[in-house]
Design a protein around this ligand. Structure first.
Ligand SMILES: Cc1cc2nc3c(=O)[nH]c(=O)nc-3n(C[C@H](O)[C@H](O)[C@H](O)COP(=O)(O)O)c2cc1C
Length: 318
């Protein structure tokens, strides 16, 4: 018997639980020739801001052991251009679309969410509360004029304010994307849940650096960037397991998924869905390989759905 991979995620009904993560699959259109988009559970777009952004100075990517650092810095066409030009082109592909947005203030975010709520063809809205490439000036005396990352999802109150504002403006599925860069993720996750998020996405990238010892220069155009890929998988897996036990809303597990068994680890840890990120850069068909492997695994286990194995991790010997 073929396992049934359909799921309800927040207020959306998806054909399967394998998604693509924000910023790693463009707006979806870029891969339409190589990937049958309608086989993806959903596409989460690159994060959009109110106005277009050029992003950070190059270099923006640096390879690391089993991963990569990026300092793309939210390069995007801006919400209006997306709605006018990209969204209509995506319509024929019949794949659920989740639009990722970042507002600099709760008011700006509210306006963006309101527009997306009206936009036909947008199923869900993911609010990016965890970009490591948004900076603020370090406090005087600490690191001089150096810019340091400024992450909303490090603060439960700021997270709650952002999610609440967004919730008031949309009846569509609202996803809060959280940061792993906290000592304990539960207060932030619970704040997002309290404020009305339907789903949590975690994790975004970890803040990292890489320095060329010959030139003594940063390998990124900014000093810091976000670390992703297989290198972060065990760290992400722990945070997903820990969060899934602390909230009632579903969690999308993200972090270093490149093989089917990586995704299965996240389901066993309690994730309701997964999203492939860095794996798309090596091969944009990675999510489809993950999906096929998930089907085979469930069949081998005699399980009819992901729900039958979800969160079933146990201690060795038990
Ligand atoms: C080049 C690059 C760009 C990214 N851009 C975004 C983005 O625009 N918005 C966002 O929420 N996350 C962004 N991310 C983070 C990913 O969505 C994902 O959370 C993270 O990379 C961890 O998953 P992975 O290890 O599978 O890549 C980006 C990641 C990479 C590598």
């Amino acid at each position: 018997m073929t396992p049934d991979l359909r799921l309800d995620l927040g207020r959306m009904s998806l054909a399967n639980p394998v998604l693509v993560a924000a910023g790693t699959f463009g707006y979806g259109l870029e891969f339409a020739q190589t990937v049958p988009l309608d086989r993806l559970g959903a596409i989460i777009t690159k994060t959009l801001t109110r106005l277009p952004r050029q992003g950070n100075p190059p270099p923006r990517l640096a390879e690391t052991s089993s991963g990569m650092l990026n300092a793309v810095g939210l390069q995007n066409v801006g919400l209006d251009a997306f709605l006018r030009t990209k969204l209509p082109e995506l319509q024929p592909f019949r794949v659920p679309l989740i639009v990722s947005v970042l507002g600099e203030t709760p008011e700006e975010l509210a306006g963006m969410v309101e527009e997306l709520d009206r936009a036909e063809g947008v199923e869900g809205i993911e609010i990016n509360l965890s970009c490591p490439n948004v900076h603020r000036r370090a406090a005087p005396g600490s690191a001089g004029q150096t810019l340091v990352p400024s992450i909303v999802a490090q603060d439960p109150e700021a997270t709650e304010a952002m999610v609440r504002m967004a919730r008031q403006r949309t009846g569509k599925t609202l996803i809060a994307k959280l940061s792993p860069e906290v000592t304990d993720i539960t207060p932030v996750a619970q704040a997002a849940e309290r404020a009305g998020a339907d789903v949590l996405s975690l994790v975004n990238t970890f803040i990292g650096m890489s320095i060329d010892t010959v030139t003594r220069r940063s390998r990124l155009g900014t000093l810091t960037g976000g670390l992703s890929g297989p290198a972060i998988r065990p760290l992400a897996l722990f945070r997903v397991w820990y969060t899934a036990r602390a909230v009632r809303i579903p969690v999308i597990g993200i972090g270093g998924i490149v093989r089917p068994e990586d995704a299965i680890e996240f389901f066993l840890a309690g994730a309701a869905a997964v999203a492939v990120g860095t794996g798309n850069f090596a091969d944009p068909r990675t999510p489809l390989r993950v999906l096929d492997g998930l089907q085979r695994y469930l069949r081998r286990c005699g399980a009819n759905s992901v729900e039958e194995i979800r969160g079933s991790v146990a201690l060795p010997g038990s």
